[in-house]
Design a protein around this ligand. Structure first.
Ligand code: KG4
Ligand code: ZN
Length: 342
């Protein structure tokens, strides 16, 4: 009998609950985004985020069970992301997961949220082909992981300052767009393709596989200050103010070029023929196209999930937990939450 897992993700500003059958069949995957609740603050307010998770999580669990047509009695394990994220938000998910595991007398499985992102590809394409290079481009982390199996991987590159998603969000905000900035920057790149302004490609030609995007963010700030006369003030009649589209598009081209260059260079160096891309920024159409084009040129097997599974969701968390359940990697009720990745 395939296992049935109930998974919870409350790492940041999305509350998500999933029910998974076996290792990859999604029976329910429900996510409530809070970004409208934080809009007036120009960023996520941690205290408000935890309160919002608390308000909706029980409702979401019952809704997910109903959609999956399952009962609590049928659940074999409870999965929860216990790091990294906002501590208050993580604690809401963790406490609910512990209560469920205790009451249902079933195993509790803690999951690293960033490690879970690549499992969006298992949900999409089936079992992962190892060895594989995982690129995770989430809001708070940009990571390159060389994985030899599910539980053995080396981080070979990571963001030293702002992650790619964070940089995109901050630049979009600089131009007056609400959070999250990724979709609007991606739209600019689709509507105004090209690299008119050739912004910097930070660390692109450095020997290692680390990333740094804060210098690019500063370059964008300087550029917008210098050219404020050409970038006219916002009106609501179009998505972009005059002159802004090609600027955002060129900026995004820099981000894409760095991600593509470093990832494929790492694949060559470590002799990996499989690459998986995941994380919220991977929901970008332009990033996906760039990866598909390069993978075809270099005869690399590319694993890429649909946009809904790129952004935060509990199905990817439950999917990684299902692999842990299979080998009985369980946690006890002393499981803690941690804000940081390591
Ligand atoms: O993985 P994620 O949902 O959350 C974290 O784990 O941090 O990633 C959030 C990031 C943000 O930078 C957001 O702007 C970006 O994903 N994002 C997108 C799209 N949707 C979300 N970027 C480009 N295109 C999208 N459609
Ligand atoms: Zn995430």
């Amino acid at each position: 009998m395939p296992s049935i897992g109930l998974g919870i993700d409350t790492t940041f500003d999305d509350t998500s609950v999933a029910i998974l059958l076996g290792k990859s069949e999604i029976l329910a995957n429900l996510t409530l985004s809070q970004f409208e609740d934080h809009e007036e603050f120009g960023g996520v307010l941690p205290e408000r985020a935890s309160r919002k998770h608390l308000e909706v999580i029980h409702h979401l669990i019952f809704k997910a069970l109903k959609e999956a047509d399952k009962d609590f009695k049928e659940i074999d394990y409870i999965a929860v992301s216990n790091y990294p994220g906002l501590l208050g938000s993580l604690l809401v998910g963790l406490m609910v997961a512990k209560s469920l595991a205790f009451t249902l007398k079933c195993p509790l499985i803690g999951v690293n949220h960033v490690e879970a992102h690549p499992y969006a590809n298992v949900l999409t394409h089936g079992a992962i082909k190892f060895p594989i290079l995982h690129l995770v481009v989430a809001g708070g982390h940009t990571l390159l992981m060389n994985a030899s199996d599910h539980f053995n991987y080396k981080i070979i590159g990571q963001s030293l300052d702002d992650a790619a998603g964070e940089c995109v969000d901050k630049v979009a905000k600089m131009f007056g767009h609400p959070m999250p900035g990724g979709p609007i920057v991606d739209l600019a790149a689709q509507q105004f393709p090209g690299d008119t302004f050739s912004f910097p490609r930070p660390l692109m030609h450095k020997k290692d596989y680390n990333f740094s995007f804060s210098g690019l963010k500063t370059a964008m700030l300087r550029f917008s200050e210098k050219n404020s006369d050409k970038l006219s003030t916002r009106n609501n009649s179009s998505n972009f103010i005059k002159g802004e589209g090609p600027v955002l598009s060129s900026f995004f081209q820099s981000v894409i070029d760095v991600l593509i260059y470093k990832t494929f260079k790492a694949a060559k160096k470590f002799e990996l023929k499989n690459i998986s891309v995941s994380g919220g920024l991977a929901a970008s159409k332009m990033l996906r196209l760039a990866f598909e084009e390069e993978a075809a040129k270099k005869s690399i097997n590319l694993f890429y999930p649909p946009p809904k599974l790129c952004t935060d969701n509990a199905a990817m968390v439950t999917c990684l937990a299902a692999h842990k359940y299979e080998v009985k990697q369980f946690d006890d009720l002393n499981l803690e939450a941690f804000p940081n990745l390591i």
